[in-house]
Write a protein that binds this ligand. Sequence first.
Ligand code: ADP
Length: 445
Amino acid sequence: MAWRVFRFFLFQAVGAALGYALWAGQAPSLGVIVGLVLASALWVLVDLWRGMRLLRWLREGRVDQLPDLAGLWGEAGARTRSLLKVRDQQLVQSEARLTEFLAAIQTSPNGVVLLDSQGRIEWCNRTAADHFGFDPQRDLQQHIGNLVRDPAFAAYQAAQDYSHAVVMPGPRSSASRPVLLSVDLHPYGEGRKLLLSRDVTALEQAEAMRRDFVANVSHEIRTPLTVLGGFVETLQNLRLDAAEQQRYLALMAQQAQRMQLLVSDLLTLSRLEGSPPPGVDTWHPACELLGQCERDARALSALVAPQGQRLDFPGTDAPGELAGAGSELHSALSNLISNAVRYTPAGGQIEVSWQILPQGGAEFAVKDTGPGIAPEHLPRLTERFYRVDRSRARETGGTGLGLAIVKHVTQRHGAQLRIESTPGQGSRFAIVFPASRVRALRSGA
Ligand code: ADP
């Protein structure tokens, strides 16, 4: 600064000296004044020119192209440039942070929509666009109420009570593929709102299944209990002869056994759901599994179709071994066989087969000449308590859980359950086991 003041005075002095020298003959003092004025004017002009260049540079905003300026303006320019650079760096950093932040929200499994104080969409992530059917670009600045028209959401917005979420169907929801969204609003800033959406279809379905399950179990237990209660009352209040008493007691035992079966199937299902899949280190010879099933099936057939059914089994020469949990495998195979026996009328035929497949793995199949199942029932057969014909299923003494158990066991063993059926002709239930769980030769054979 002192150097600059010194240069200014030096410049004035040179101007004064020049004026004095030029006018030395006529009017030296006037020469000094003119020299001083001209020197000052020149100084101011040069400064003005520099200032103008700096101003132009600032207007153009090209930070890197600072004009070569000396003096005060030069320093002001250099300092402005470094300040601008710092600001630019900060800007770049905050933009990078914002981009990262938005990228993180993009990956969120939940929908996120930022609404301004008027309820217009400022930004939304892809999940939200998918949930509500928005176009993330075109629908910006659109009012949320114009795009999400569900009455439940409109009422939620109007009530302005954001302490809970609202559940509404998604725009692409249909009867065959329902989509349920849980949506909640969170006010923030000055009148702004954060809208969060979550796909709760699976959760709601699980909850509905749980409710149905409890209702079904209660119903299934209540029926034999009511019958049992009725018999107990009859035995208490009526004087019955010994034969009649025996008949009632037999019927009571039947109902008690039905409840036992149900409870045992429920326990089996919960064990299957709660335990890790069986390992591949325990091998069971197919002929032993099938032999056990055959004995059970013949006993059941004699009971439910005393007039006779034809049962064909592969016999003791069924080849190979199966890896997994023996009790589970037996339960799955015998459930399929017992269904065939129970649903096939007397005189019908049940054919059980077992074959090692050429491409690896093995197929266990039960084919019957029973009533068959209409195609619309097939996808739901393995649901718990699903029955094609309720009264008939009850007659045959089923719990409605057999195929659900079969499905769980097949899944746990990496196998596939295949069902083919033609109404009036019969059904074929097959389990295809993967190569990893089948070995063609028995160890030591
Ligand atoms: P249930 O104990 O009632 O037999 P399942 O889960 O084993 O229960 O079977 C579900 C339903 O599938 C049965 O109620 C029956 O309507 C039908 N079903 C199963 N197997 C057969 C079959 N072999 N032939 C005809 N219908 C069958």
